[in-house]
Design a protein around this ligand. Structure first.
Ligand code: ADP
Length: 188
């Protein structure tokens, strides 16, 4: 099964993805994690994307599509993947569909975590104070939220038209949201 965890930055996609990895043995493909690993390794790609990410802007479709493509064989071997933070643009969504189709596969479900903007700002302020992730500073976060609203939220009708979209209230505790994700996955 291939699943997309969808939602604005700091909605809890990574947290819920990691839980599904633990409880269901699924594989998490997070483009954010892959890009941060590239930066940490000091690679040429990392150097290219560091400034873009720090400002809160999206890196190019080409880069993230290539990162995802390189991990699809591994995902396939595991019986599917949780896509976290990808796709973020219509071009990425279309590229993903083509890549999966070529492998005889598809996206099965898109789980949208719904969290209001005020709660997101609050969460990210706490996270910034704790971890100091550079793109969690208030200015970059505003850019990330704007990128979500302008470039990523328009994907919702794309998946709704394909009858793949399930909405989960993302405002509760991690456990309550996890229960909602489980219900969405198991069709209860
Ligand atoms: P969050 O979901 O909290 O915003 P991510 O770790 O998913 O965090 O993403 C962090 C940053 O990495 C984004 O703001 C963007 O710069 C870059 N990024 C991650 N995934 C993508 C993607 N699919 N397309 C373009 N940029 C991406």
């Amino acid at each position: 099964m291939n699943l997309i965890l969808f939602g604005p930055p700091a909605a809890g996609k990574g947290t819920q993805a990691k839980r599904l990895v633990d409880t269901r043995g699924m594989i998490q493909l997070s483009t954010g994690d892959m890009l941060r690993a590239a930066i940490a390794s000091g690679s040429e790609l990392g150097q290219r994307v560091a400034g873009i990410m720090q400002r809160g802007e999206l890196v190019s479709d080409e880069i993230v599509v290539e990162l995802i493509e390189s991990r699809l064989p591994e995902a396939e071997a595991a019986g599917g993947a949780i896509f976290d933070g990808f796709p973020r643009t219509l071009a990425q969504a279309q590229a993903l569909d083509v890549m999966l189709q070529r492998r005889g596969s598809k996206i099965d479900k898109v789980i949208r975590l719904k969290v209001d903007d005020e709660a997101l700002m609050h969460r990210v302020a706490g996270r910034f104070a704790e971890s100091g992730r550079p793109d969690d500073n208030p200015d970059s976060f505003k850019v990330r939220l704007a990128a979500y609203n302008a470039q990523t939220a328009p994907l919702l009708p794309y998946y709704e038209d394909q009858d793949k979209l399930v909405e989960v209230d993302g405002m509760g505790t991690i456990e309550v949201v996890a229960a909602g994700v489980d219900r969405a996955l198991d069709g209860r």
